[in-house]
Design a protein around this ligand. Structure first.
Ligand SMILES: Cc1cc2nc3c(=O)[nH]c(=O)nc-3n(C[C@H](O)[C@H](O)[C@H](O)COP(=O)(O)O)c2cc1C
Length: 164
């Protein structure tokens, strides 16, 4: 029997686990995307990934209807992009350079891009676990990824990384 967990305490404790930040996007049919830090790899063979959209998300149903999505792994200079892709009623792609990939609009200056097709959806409390198959991928070597931890943004650098 678990004790009552306070939502702000849940956020505070789980927020100590650093994650990357992605923009998950599709053509629905116009450019559509949302900031996501629940994206993670699941299986190597077959190649599967997952992310967890909130049940309240208005963007996820539109991406689901597209059948697939493009994951842009955000770079360290993308803090404002991450914030912008979480704002409602904003033109999230405005002024942002992007290019067309098989599954959606990909941010030009991202660290990497993963084209996915939706395979399974599992209800999980106030979120949904979306399992997707990886169809194609690419990476820009030497670009430090954006890191999200304790409600703040940072980066981890390795020798040889370029600076934005
Ligand atoms: C760093 C960061 C990580 C986020 N991760 C998630 C996530 O994993 N799942 C989710 O549903 N929303 C996540 N959000 C919030 C969504 O981006 C935001 O609520 C959503 O795009 C706005 O609502 P909409 O889906 O109706 O467009 C995150 C936001 C930020 C800034």
């Amino acid at each position: 029997v678990s004790q009552e967990i306070d939502p702000s305490e849940f956020r505070r404790v789980l927020g100590h686990l650093p994650t990357g930040v992605t923009v998950i996007s599709a053509f629905a049919p116009e450019e559509t995307g949302m900031a996501v830090n629940s994206f993670i790899s699941v299986s190597l063979s077959p190649p599967l990934v997952l992310f967890c959209p909130a049940k309240s998300s208005t963007t996820w149903p539109r991406i689901r209807d597209a059948g697939g999505f493009c994951v842009s792994i955000l770079a360290e200079h993308h803090e404002e992009v991450s914030r912008a892709f979480a704002l409602r009623d904003a033109d999230r792609f405005a002024g942002l350079p992007w290019h067309r990939r098989a599954t959606g609009p990909a941010l030009d200056e991202a660290v990497g891009w993963i084209d996915c097709s939706v395979r399974e959806e599992h209800p999980a409390g106030d979120h949904t676990i979306v399992v997707a198959a990886v169809e194609e991928m690419a990476v820009a070597d030497g670009v430090a990824p954006l890191v999200f931890v304790r409600g703040r943004y940072g980066a981890v650098h390795h020798p040889g990384d370029g600076r934005p």
